[in-house]
Ligand binder design. Structure first.
Ligand code: MN3
Length: 238
């Protein structure tokens, strides 16, 4: 997410300026960031949803979206805040916490919750109601990497449907090449030196109320009608 999105998300100017210094290292690394809360005791706030709860219907119901955002996403953010309280992690941006706690059994709980907090904020931005235009720059990158936009969508669907049990499907930039990958559980491309452009949550909580075991129907609905290609282009340009 970019700074203008922080402003739109309701931070006042003082809060916005306060976050800027904290985020500059993250921005320099070309990574997106959650919205840190400057006003509460806990460092990270739950970023506002970029759309109304019913905006993604009929592909994702308001009921699914409300549980997913208000219970699951909020739960991850709250747990991160509890785990980092009075520790050196409290001074770090979320991305740094994720990278520093990865692959260490002693910090697996913090890693899992921090990565899930980050990935959900990124997932909401990856979706949008209504039509989404693929920019000429992004389209040429997609065509160079996959052959066509349709071929990219097919790979994304295969990754999302094929991810065994819980996880995520991602469109990422690996240097100049775009790739589709999937990650299990809370794993994220951030720890693999890859730049995320879009993601699809394929944990059962993302679709089970609406689709039960029919993950493929949820995935095709998201890919065909909800992916935010403008967000992908912004991430690519960052
Ligand atoms: Mn989820």
């Amino acid at each position: 997410m970019k700074y203008e999105k922080l402003e739109k998300s309701g931070l006042n100017r003082r809060e916005f300026l306060g976050t800027t210094a904290k985020l500059s290292a993250v921005a320099a690394a070309g990574l997106s960031s959650l919205v840190p809360s400057e006003t509460s005791a806990a460092p990270f706030g739950l970023p506002p949803l970029p759309f109304a709860a019913e905006a993604l219907e009929p592909v994702i119901s308001a009921r699914t979206l409300s549980f997913h955002y208000d219970k699951h996403h909020r739960g991850y953010v709250n747990t991160v805040n509890k785990l980092i309280e009075n520790t050196p992690w409290a001074a770090m941006p979320l991305e740094k916490i994720i990278v520093q706690t990865a692959d260490n059994p002693e910090t697996s709980s913090l890693f899992n919750n921090a990565a899930q907090a980050w990935s959900h904020a990124f997932y909401w931005q990856s979706l949008r109601p209504g039509s989404s235009i693929i920019s000429a720059t992004l389209r040429s990158k997609l065509e160079a990497s996959f052959g066509s936009v349709e071929a990219c969508k097919k790979q994304l669907a295969a990754a999302a449907v094929g991810q065994f049990a819980s996880g995520w499907a991602w469109l990422v930039a690996d240097g100049q090449t775009l790739k589709v990958i999937n990650t299990p559980n809370a794993q994220t491309p951030l720890t693999q030196g890859l730049k995320p452009l879009l993601t699809i949550d394929v944990w059962e909580h993302a679709y089970y109320l609406d689709y039960q075991n029919r993950r493929a129907d949820y995935v095709s609905g998201v890919i065909d009608t909800l992916l935010n290609w403008e967000f992908a282009a912004e991430n690519l340009a960052t």
